[in-house]
Design a protein around this ligand. Structure first.
Ligand code: CP3
Length: 354
């Protein structure tokens, strides 16, 4: 597969020169779009959307039809992986994800194993169908949860505000947590490699909960297993580089450690100043982020001013992919999204011309 017509995202992740700064948005296909809600209603539920390649393709393309985004991201969820391990994923109405069989006993942890990739075939079929539908226009980003973030949901059985079961295990039976993390890392390597095989042109690892750890614990329980992923993922296909992005939410203070893994780029949330971050890692990795998603709740003028600030924070270098610091709110007004995307494109072109 050759590079897409618009390869700005791939070039930025690989720190190659670009005419402007590429932009995509975490959760760009989601509830803030009425057409997404319409397709979801037709599909039945969120999981029905994820498990049907036709529907997944339809919603992946929706934000691209509205906004001139520089990438598509596979429509799926990080929790398809523990679902394939047999934990029984479901979404309780308005309460987020849950597992029927969380890992709460030593016996359950001992029984956990790397699932056959055929149980995730619907994801790979989605990747193929989306990549065909994109017709070489923009790159398709594949993704997975980080081993630690997946383990958080697998152990807690859903979201948590204190991760008390995860931490209980970490500080009483670290051997058992390491077993889960090792199985997750092996699974994620296979999962991402299969996505690349079927057409993903960049891959991103979402470590949403790594920031809940101490520095020592982050290195031992999260970063170490993301390192296994960086080492295990085949980052070329048909002679093209497939860049790999690591995103630890709340992980800005560990940026040097993240760069050290050999990933191509790091995602940053809005708490880290992009200019300071860039000065710390230089040209060694690309940076993706990091406007506060809350900016979209303000005025169009506010969006424009903040977008310019973030672009100028990063400065006149290559290697920046503009994104939100976390997922877009279901309440984000479309006009503000449009202003965000156009300001990124126009202002970054202007900065390059100066
Ligand atoms: O970015 C994209 O557009 C691609 C699709 C995508 C989804 N989830 C769709 C989704 C991606 C990349 C994810 C990743 C994901 N899923 C993460 C890591 C990123 C992050 O946000 O921190 C996590 C932690 C999950 C687990 C998950 N899935 C949660 C906590 C929730 C509920 C949160 C919510 O907004 O309701 C989901 C559901 C989910 N995943 C939705 C979407 C569009 C909303 C489902 C719906 O009601 O339609």
């Amino acid at each position: 597969m050759s590079r897409p017509t618009n390869d700005t995202l791939l070039r930025a992740l690989l720190r190659e020169p670009t005419d402007y700064t590429p932009v995509w948005l975490m959760r760009q296909a989601g509830r803030y779009l009425p057409e997404y809600r319409e397709t979801r209603a037709r599909a039945g539920s969120f999981l029905d959307l994820c498990k049907n390649p036709g529907f997944a393709t339809e919603v992946t393309l929706q934000p691209l039809a509205r906004f001139p985004l520089d990438a598509a991201i596979l429509f799926s969820d990080i929790l398809t992986v523990p679902d394939a391990m047999g934990l029984g994923l479901y979404f309780a109405d308005g309460e987020g994800p849950r597992f029927e069989r969380p890992l709460r006993t030593e016996a359950a942890i001992r029984e956990l194993s790397v699932p056959g990739m055929e149980s995730l075939q619907y994801v790979f079929d989605g990747v193929s169908e989306i990549s065909k539908a994109l017709k070489g226009s923009v790159p398709l980003i594949g993704f997975s949860g980080s081993p630690f973030t997946l383990a958080c949901y697998m152990i807690e059985g859903g979201g948590s505000d204190d991760f008390r079961n995860v931490k209980a295990l970490m500080y009483s039976r670290p051997d058992l947590l390491h077993r889960i993390l090792d199985i997750n890392a092996q699974t994620v390597v296979k999962y991402l490699n299969a996505q690349i095989e079927r057409g993903a042109q960049a891959v991103m690892v979402f470590d949403t909960w790594g920031g809940a750890l101490s520095t020592h614990a982050y290195r031992e329980f999260s970063l170490r297993y993301m390192q296994q992923i960086v080492d295990g993922v085949t980052r070329t296909r048909d002679g093209e580089m497939v860049p790999l992005v690591l995103f630890t939410k709340g992980g800005g203070q560990w940026l040097e450690d993240i760069a050290q893994t050999g990933c191509d780029a790091a995602g940053l949330d809005w708490a880290t100043d992009l200019g300071v971050a860039r000065a710390r890692v230089g040209h060694r990795i690309g940076l993706q982020g990091n406007i506060d998603p809350g900016v979209l709740m303000g005025s169009p003028q506010g969006v424009e001013a903040e977008v310019k600030r973030v672009l100028e924070d990063f400065g006149p270098h290559y290697g920046h992919v503009f994104n939100l610091g976390h997922g877009i709110s279901q309440h984000a007004p479309h006009d503000n999204v449009r202003v965000l995307v156009s300001t990124v494109h126009e202002h970054s072109r202007r900065m390059r011309a100066e």
